[in-house]
Ligand binder design. Structure first.
Ligand code: NAD
Length: 499
């Protein structure tokens, strides 16, 4: 059986005798490869390679680092189909969606091609008599990223592109469930001219995550995953003195106002709920229709649209979505569907028990629709992360807005309306980090930044955009005065002021 190995100092390394994890083909339910889990010694090898390579990389002028990013961008584009196939075979998302996964990551690499401009500091000439002040952004050294299964290319690229463009060396710990795309990206980065040791990939589970969090030479850790683990990683890393940013789970709501363009809203909602089998942190698993008439019409149209959906293997060009990532995850989603029924919600369409002919052991789940959900239900309060849509009915705009605002998660939210006043009030007051107005998946473009509120993010800097540059650099401020210039004076025993 094929073993997926670590990528350290520019090459695949033969794994030591250690634990391994199974990597499944979610279409067939069979194990297709094993992934080696790194030991602390192997992490040390990666950190040592990173420490050795980083100073020269940081000393390179930013334009030369940008040239590597340009070539990296070209190579990712040239290998788009290969990367998409890798992702699709381990994750189960359909090929078109896997290409989107690579494309959204590539856009962050594109943003980082502008790193000379992004790293320009600040300067004040004449802050005092003969005194000039400048602030510069310098890399941190060796930094790490820990990523979830659901975007095997995009999320590693969110982190590694700004980190290396800023002059750091990076250790990536991708999800052990679909680790191959990360290794391929690291190979492409080396082909693009990135020096060996600047981008290393180590595989594993909690054991290696803990080793990363405890490692004294790693200065900062960026994490994306579920909230309980994000919170744990944040606390442990911060206690070890590291700079941390940890993105967590989500339960995004789509508010449907009575004046919405319902045809468009239904198309948007169905794509955002069921695309990628609902395994997106910016999926839209709750809709909140305002008023009984809106609820009734929306539900009827949703039922019709859902009946048209095709679930198939991830290489089926006609399939709207493929299997979920694992048998455990499928069982977890099924438990939540049953929980909603037991809590008194109405199961309108039950996706359990779906079989794709020829792939009876695949991890497939049909689209599920649950109506008459209430805010007290645990199946509403928790993230389900599957092809399940819950309808939570509201009587007014104020009631509708209160649901996403009071929810423990605050990642994304959308409103469907033609009324600019409602839309603006909604955008300004909803307690959620990313808002879509007639946009169902408001993932910000690469030159803005991505981050939720409340239990969807721990730490205060977002992913990518200028926050990515801020997270992976530290500011040094130099105040200078030259002998013989104006303003030099004798001894002073009080705190200097500009008076
Ligand atoms: P996960 O939390 O299970 O795993 C994320 C990473 O943490 C993986 O690399 C995994 O190996 C590691 N890990 C797992 N258990 C650990 C433990 N006990 N201690 C330390 N590390 C551990 O998440 P997942 O299932 O891979 O991904 C889905 C989750 O990620 C969902 O909750 C989704 O909403 C969230 N997500 C959030 C964002 C965002 O930006 N907010 C983006 C994508 C996904």
């Amino acid at each position: 059986m094929r073993t997926i190995t670590h990528f350290i100092n520019g090459a695949a390394v033969e794994p030591r005798e250690s634990r391994r994890g199974d990597v499944f083909d979610p279409n067939t339910g069979k194990v297709q490869a094993q992934v080696a889990f790194a030991t602390r010694d192997e992490l040390d090898l990666a950190v040592d390679a990173a420490l050795a390579a980083q100073p020269a990389w940081a000393a390179l002028n930013p334009q030369r680092r940008a040239r590597v990013m340009f070539r990296f961008r070209e190579l990712i584009e040239a290998h788009m189909d290969e990367l998409a196939r890798l992702i699709s075979s381990e994750h189960g998302k359909v090929l078109a969606d896997a290409r989107g996964d690579v494309q959204r990551g590539l856009e962050v690499v594109e943003f980082c091609c502008g790193i000379p401009h992004l790293l320009k500091g600040e300067h004040t000439a004449g802050a005092g008599p003969g005194i000039d002040v400048c602030s510069m952004r310098l890399p941190l050294g060796v930094v790490a990223g820990i990523t979830p299964f659901n975007f095997p290319a995009m999320i590693p690229l969110w982190m590694l592109a700004p980190a290396i463009a800023c002059g750091n060396a990076f250790i990536l710990k991708p999800s052990e469930r679909d680790p191959s795309a990360a290794v391929r990206l690291a190979e492409l980065a080396i082909e693009a001219g990135l020096p060996r040791g600047i981008l290393n990939v180590v595989h594993g589970d909690k054991e290696i995550v803990d080793a990363i969090l405890d490692h004294p030479a790693i200065e900062a850790v960026s994490f994306v995953g579920s909230s309980d683990i994000a919170e744990y990683v944040y606390a442990r890393g911060a206690a070890a003195g590291k700079r941390m940013q940890c993105m967590g789970g989500a339960k995004n709501h789509g508010i449907v106002m009575p004046d919405a363009d319902l045809d468009q809203a239904v198309r948007d909602i169905v794509g955002a709920v069921y695309g990628s089998a609902g395994e997106r942190c910016m999926a839209l698993p709750v809709v909140v229709p305002v008023g009984e008439r809106t609820a009734q019409e929306l539900r009827e149209r949703l039922v019709r649209a859902i009946r048209e959906l095709r679930v198939g293997i991830s290489t089926d060009p006609e399939a709207h979505y493929g299997p979920v990532v694992s048998a455990q995850h499928k069982a977890r989603i099924e438990r939540y569907i049953q929980m909603a029924v037991d809590e008194g919600a109405e199961l309108v369409i039950d996706g359990r028990g779906l079989a794709v002919p020829g792939y009876e052991n695949g991890f497939f789940l049909g689209p599920t629709l649950i109506d008459r959900v209430t805010p007290e239900m645990q199946s509403y309060r928790d993230e389900i992360f599957g092809p399940v849509l819950q309808i939570l009915r509201a009587n007014s705009f104020d009631e509708a807005i209160s649901y996403p605002s009071r929810h423990q998660y605050g990642n994304g939210v959308a409103i469907f309306t033609r009324n600019g006043d409602f839309a603006r009030r909604f955008a300004m007051s909803v307690e959620v980090g990313m808002v879509g107005i007639n946009v169902p998946i408001p993932v910000p473009v690469a030159y803005h930044t991505f981050g939720g509120w409340k239990r969807s993010a721990f730490g205060d800097l977002n992913q990518y955009g200028m926050d990515g540059v801020r997270f992976f650099t530290r500011v040094k401020t130099v105040t200078q005065r030259w002998p013989g210039g104006t303003g030099t004076s004798g001894d002073a025993f009080v705190i200097p002021t500009m008076s």
